[in-house]
Structure formats: C-alpha cells, structure tokens
Design a protein. Structure first.
Length: 480
C-alpha cells in the first residue's frame, strides 16, 4: 500500500548535475534517432512509412536485447557509472558515422543505379541504427536508468521523473534549435524552370540539407556528455556486486514464477506498454505530418512552445503526485485528457479548421501531452517502486521490452499499413518513381482507442492495492 510521505530525500548537487547531463544529452541522441532519423530517411532515402516502421522495429528489438544483456552484467559487476560514461563516448562516434550514408554517394562509388543505392541505404541505416541503439541502450537505458533507480527512493522519484522530462526536453530543444537556426536538414525543391516550390514536382530537382554537419554536431554533444559527466557521478554506496546475476538469467524477468512474485510490477509495465503503443501510432510521423500533410514547414517554434508547456506540466505534476501519494488515482483523468487531445488533433485537418490547422493541431498535441505526462509519470515512478532493489539491472531489460520494444514494433506498423492501404494518401511520385505519402489524421484516433486498454491494468492494480489495504493491520492508537 502506498503511503503519503512528506519528507523528501535530497539527492545532492553532483547527482543533479549528472542527471541533467546524461538525461539532456542522451535525449539529444534519442531525438536524433526517434525524430530526425525518420526525417533523414523520408527526405533523402524513401518516403514510404513502412521503411520507417521497419527500421524502428529493428532498433527496438536491439534496444531490448541489449538492455537485458548489459543489465545482467551491471548487477553482477556492481557498476553503472563506467558504462554510462564510456558508452556515451562510443555512442557519439557512431552517430557521426551516419554522415557517410548518402544515396548519390553510394550510387557513384559503386556504379549502381539510384534505386539500388536506395535499397543499400535502407540496409545501411538499419544496421547503423541497430549499432547506435546498442551503445545508447547500454549506456542510457541500462546503466543510466539503473543508476537513477539506485540513487532515488519513493519520496523523490516523482520529482526525478519530472526532472528527467525537463532535461530530456532541453536536449530535444537543442536539436531543434540547431535545425531551425541553420536550416540544416531542410530539403529545397525546384521545378524544371529553377523556381523553388514546396514539394517535388516532375522534372524538378531536390537539394538536400547538410545532414553531414547535423550528425557531427549531435555526435560531438553526446560524446562530451560521457567525458564531462564522469566527473560528477558515482555509483550508489549501497550498490554491491551480485554474483547471482549471470547470463543464464537473461530471461529471468520473463519466468512465470518471477511474474507471479512481482504482479504489481508487471501489471504496471503492461499499462505503460499500452500507453506506448497508443503514442507510437503517431509519434514517429509527427514532424512529417506537420510538414507535408499540414503544409507547415516552420513547425519548430509552435512545436517547441507546446513541448515546453507539456514538460513543465509533467515536472509540476510529478512533485504534486509525490506530495499527495496514491498516484493511481491520476491515471483515469490522464486518460481522459489524452483522448481529448487526440480528438482535437484529428479535427485539425478537417475543412472547418483548414486555415488554422497547425494551431488546432498544436493545441491538441499540448492537451494530449498533459494526459500522457500524467499517465507516464505515475507508471514510471511505480515501476521504480516495484522493482526489486537487488535485481534492478535484471529488470531493466524487462522494462525495455514493455516500454520500448512492444510499442515501437506495433504502433508505427499500424499507421504505416493503414496509410499505405489508403491510396488517397499518395500525393505524388519522386524522381525515382517512388510514391510520396501524406499521413492521415486518423492515426490520432487509433491512439485514442488504444489508450482505453490502459483501463485493464489500472483495474488490476487497484485490486492489488485494495487487497493490501485489507491485509495491512491498522496502526495502534498513540500511547499504546
């Protein structure tokens, strides 16, 4: 049973510096992978959403497997910081390697057609993304997340979850700022007469953005996080090597006996996974949706403003939830807010709002973000609370399967398949004859329907808590 706790454990300035550095600059890398890598594929390789969903799925599977393997070793070694720092350094170098992937460059270097070079680039991006994900998951998802769990407790985890959201947003903002101020990644389209147009036209040309500079800038930032952050963080004093954590326990967290012993943890992870699936029906495609479907190329400022508001809300909500306790009660209101946001975003592209589509969309996205923050904050804090303290590393892989692999393998594919089936979403063809797709706002309705499934684990968790309340004896009167 969750108790309301007034006294909050302080983390200390060095821990907060470490959290800010590794969260913010780790978020820079994840933003590149989750948002801008999709733009890179769409703008320079292929506009087919199935390509994006394929690469996302491969990356998600890699992330889950990596976190399980590294998590086991982290518990056995009793070390987190070493993997955090050096992992970030290598992660940065791998990101810079994406600068070498170029359709025309591969076509010229190997004397193949551009269509063949496109296939080669898809394969290369998939492989490189998996390698990048390996080091990112090892250093961030496994080591950093385990370290955060080690140094926090139920009195400050809601606050830390909110802070992680803020620092993560700052990292994302940094990436968008690079792109907005320098126009680094934008395509420029010209018709046959040399006039600049909004999209590719038959007989025209495309000038791609400076993705080489973009990947180098991002890689350097991530690399610096590992080099500088090492001087501010230390492994938690209570962390000890666990010789019982071995590779033959890679699937430890998926044993039925373990699931039964940790019902609340797995039920919470199920809820988090369902929220993730709902979000991933649209998340990988949002920037492309704003640029191509809504026809709004200068989306950085409104998108940045709504992100600031949403993240600030998440931080304040985390502190409020910590103070009030009984966090499960916030999930149902969060679901309602989430669904309202989805409905607003759906109507943003209807004829009634055509002239203000981007503003309607941003308003809906902000409301949706509020709901998502409420649900995710509760589930995130609960997962840390329910994770056995001597098995933190072992359960990081389980967390990745539920929070990353399942949502990223299911959500994007739903939208990609439905988008490709509906021929009305094909708006033209590029120079190689490949279809150019718009993204339908119906993907937001998919998210609204899917998030209702969170009611199932929520009901189970409430039953667990009710049973604990019955079994917990009342405290004796004062003075006895």
């Amino acid at each position: 049973m969750e108790q309301t706790t007034k006294q909050t454990t302080k983390l200390g300035s060095k821990n907060w510096i470490g959290i800010s550095l590794f969260a913010a600059l780790g978020s820079v890398a994840w933003c590149m992978e989750n948002d801008f890598l999709n733009l890179f594929i769409d703008r320079t390789i292929s506009t087919n959403p199935l390509v994006i969903s394929l690469i996302i799925s491969a990356s998600a599977i890699t992330a889950a497997l990596t976190t399980m393997l590294v998590g086991i070793y982290l518990d056995r070694a009793g070390k987190r910081v070493r993997f955090m720092s050096w992992g970030y350094v290598i992660w940065g170098f791998v990101i810079m390697a994406f600068a070498l992937i170029n359709v025309k460059g591969i076509s010229k270097a190997f004397g193949v057609s551009e269509s063949t070079a496109v296939i080669a680039c898809i394969v290369l991006v998939t492989l490189m993304d998996c390698i990048m994900t390996f080091f990112g998951s090892a250093s961030n998802d496994a080591a950093f997340n385990a370290w955060v769990t080690d140094i926090t407790n139920p009195t400050n985890r809601g606050k830390v979850e909110g802070a992680l959201g803020i620092f993560g947003f700052l990292g994302v903002s940094l990436v968008f700022m690079f792109d907005f101020l320098g126009g680094i990644t934008y395509n420029h389209y010209f018709d046959a007469a040399g006039n600049e147009v909004s999209n590719y036209v038959e007989g025209g040309t495309v000038v791609h953005g400076n993705w080489t500079l973009f990947f180098i800038l991002i890689g350097v930032l991530v690399l610096l996080a590992g080099l500088i952050g090492r001087f501010f963080v230390k492994d938690a004093p209570q962390l000890k090597p666990n010789p019982d954590s071995r590779m033959n326990k890679m699937l430890y967290g998926f044993r039925w006996s373990v699931v039964k012993q940790n019902k609340k943890l797995y039920t919470t992870l199920l809820g988090s996974s369902l929220l993730g699936i709902a979000g991933m029906t649209s998340a990988p495609y949002l920037l492309i949706y704003m640029e191509r479907t809504l026809g709004f190329k200068d989306y950085i400022i409104p998108y940045g403003i709504l992100s600031i508001v949403s993240v600030a809300f998440g931080f304040l909500f985390g502190m409020y939830a910590d103070r009030k306790g009984k966090k499960l009660r916030f999930i149902l209101p969060g679901m309602l807010v989430y669904i309202i946001g989805c409905v607003i975003m759906f109507f943003g592209t209807t004829k009634q709002f055509a002239s203000n589509a981007i503003f309607v969309f941003c308003a809906g996205s902000m409301v949706n973000g509020f709901g998502s923050a409420m649900i995710a904050n509760v589930f995130g804090a609960k997962v840390r609370d329910y994770t056995p303290p001597d098995r933190v590393g072992l359960f990081q892989g389980v967390r990745m399967v539920f929070n990353i692999m399942i949502p990223m393998c299911i959500g994007p594919v739903i939208t990609a398949l439905i988008n490709n089936i509906n021929k009305a979403n094909t708006i033209g063809y590029d120079a190689a004859g490949n279809a150019i797709f718009n993204y339908s706002s119906s993907m937001f309705l998919f998210g609204a329907v899917l998030v209702l499934l969170v009611l199932i684990p929520l009901g189970m968790l409430k039953k667990f808590e009710a049973k604990e309340t019955v079994l917990t004896p009342a405290a004796p009167p004062s003075g006895e």
